[in-house]
Design a protein around this ligand. Structure first.
Ligand code: CP
Ligand code: NVA
Length: 325
C-alpha cells in the first residue's frame, strides 16, 4: 500500500498545478484591433525609443527563451525577431512547423508543451483560428507573425514608420492599393487606433473583409473603399501596396494577375497623389506586378526603413508583453 502521506503529496501537487500558468497568455498580440488605442500608440512610441536607444533594452529579455514557429516561409519576420530577441539578451529558437511534430500532434497539446519551455511564442500560420487555439492553450503570450486574416506586427511597424516620418498620425491619409488581405486588414485596424484615414482601392472580388471595415467604422474610423486607385491616392500622405498573391493563394496566381491589372503602384498612379506621399510596401515585392521597380526605388519610397523597423517595433512589443520595460 502506498503511504497516505505520498498520496496526499501527489494530490496536493496536482491541485496546485491544475490551473497554474507559467505566464500571461492574455497578453498575447494576435491583432491590432484587440489593443486599446492608447496601448497601440504607446507601442509605436516605444518602437521608436527602441530604435533610438538600443542600449536601454540590452537586458529587457535577459535569459528569456522565445519560440519562433513558422508554417510559412519568411525573411523579415524570422530575421527581425531572431535578431531582436538576441539584441535584448533573450534566446530565440526557430521552429519549422513542417519538420516538427506539430504535423503529428494536436495543436492544443503541442503549443502547451512549447509554452512550458518558452516565455513567449511568435507564430506564423495559415489559419487565424489556429492562433486563437494557441492563445487558448498556451501558458505564455502568443504573437501573430502573420496569418490569413492579419499581419499585426507589420501594421504596428508601418504606423511606427509613418509616425517616424510625419511626427503625428491623426488626420493623415493612407491609401492602400491592391488586395484586401491580411496586411490591408491590419492597416485598417491601425488606422482606427490612430486616427489615420485608410482608403482602400481593390479590384472587384478582392475587397477587405466587411467585418474588419465595419468594426473600424464603428470605432469612428474613416475607411474608404473604392475600385478606383486614383480616387484612393488623391490627397494621400502614404501610398501602400502588397503582393497580389499572398502565401496560400498561389493556385489563383493567374486569375489574380489578370484581375489586378490597373492596380500597380507606379509613376503614373503616384502622379495622382501629392508630391510628399511616401511609398510603402511590406515586402517581399514583385517588381512589375503590384509595384514598379521605379516606384519601389523612388525617393519617396521608405520600404527599407519599414523592413528595418520590424526589428525595433517588435523589440519593444516583446519587452512590453513580458513587462521588461
Ligand atoms: N513583411 C514580411 O512579413 O516579410 P516576410 O514574409 O519575409 O517575413
Ligand atoms: N500578404 C502577404 C504578406 C507577406 C508579408 C502574404 O500573406 O503572403
Amino acid at each position: 500500500m502506498t503511504p497516505d502521506s505520498r498520496i496526499a503529496a501527489a494530490r496536493q501537487l496536482l491541485a496546485q498545478r491544475r490551473h497554474a500558468k507559467r505566464g500571461k497568455p492574455e497578453r498575447s498580440f494576435l491583432s491590432i484591433h484587440e489593443l486599446a488605442p492608447e496601448d497601440f500608440l504607446h507601442l509605436l512610441r516605444g518602437g521608436l525609443d527602441a530604435k533610438a536607444n538600443p542600449d536601454r533594452y540590452r537586458r529587457a529579455l535577459a535569459g528569456r527563451p522565445v519560440a519562433l514557429l513558422f508554417q510559412k516561409t519568411s525573411t523579415r519576420t524570422r530575421c527581425s525577431f531572431e535578431v531582436g530577441v538576441g539584441d535584448m539578451g533573450g534566446q530565440p529558437v526557430y521552429i519549422d512547423w513542417r519538420t516538427s511534430n506539430f504535423t503529428l500532434g494536436e495543436l492544443s497539446d503541442e503549443i502547451r508543451v512549447l509554452s512550458r519551455y518558452f516565455d513567449l511564442i511568435m507564430a506564423r500560420v495559415y489559419r487565424h483560428e489556429d492562433l486563437l487555439t494557441m492563445r487558448e492553450h498556451s501558458e505564455v503570450p502568443v504573437i501573430n507573425g502573420l496569418d490569413d486574416r492579419y499581419h499585426p506586427c507589420q501594421g504596428l511597424t508601418d504606423y511606427m514608420t509613418v509616425l517616424e516620418y510625419f511626427g503625428e498620425l491623426a488626420g493623415l491619409k493612407l491609401a492602400y492599393v491592391g488586395d484586401g488581405n491580411n496586411v490591408c486588414h491590419s492597416l485598417i485596424d491601425g488606422g482606427a487606433a490612430s486616427g489615420v484615414h485608410v482608403a482602400v482601392a481593390h479590384p472587384a472580388g478582392y475587397a477587405p473583409r466587411e467585418d474588419v471595415v465595419e468594426r473600424a467604422r464603428a470605432k469612428g474610423a474613416q475607411v474608404t473603399i473604392t475600385q478606383d486607385p486614383r480616387e484612393a491616392v488623391a490627397g494621400a500622405d502614404v501610398v501602400y501596396t502588397d503582393t497580389w498573391v499572398s502565401m496560400g493563394d498561389e493556385a489563383q496566381t493567374e486569375a489574380r494577375i489578370k484581375a489586378f491589372a490597373g492596380f500597380q503602384v507606379n509613376a503614373e498612379l503616384l502622379a495622382a497623389a501629392p508630391d510628399h506621399a511616401l511609398v510603402m510596401h511590406c515586402l517581399p515585392a514583385h517588381r512589375g506586378l503590384e509595384i514598379s521597380g521605379e516606384a519601389l526605388d523612388s525617393e519617396s519610397s521608405v520600404v527599407f526603413d519599414q523592413a528595418e523597423n520590424r526589428k525595433h517595433a517588435q523589440k519593444y512589443l516583446m519587452a512590453w508583453i513580458l513587462k521588461g520595460v
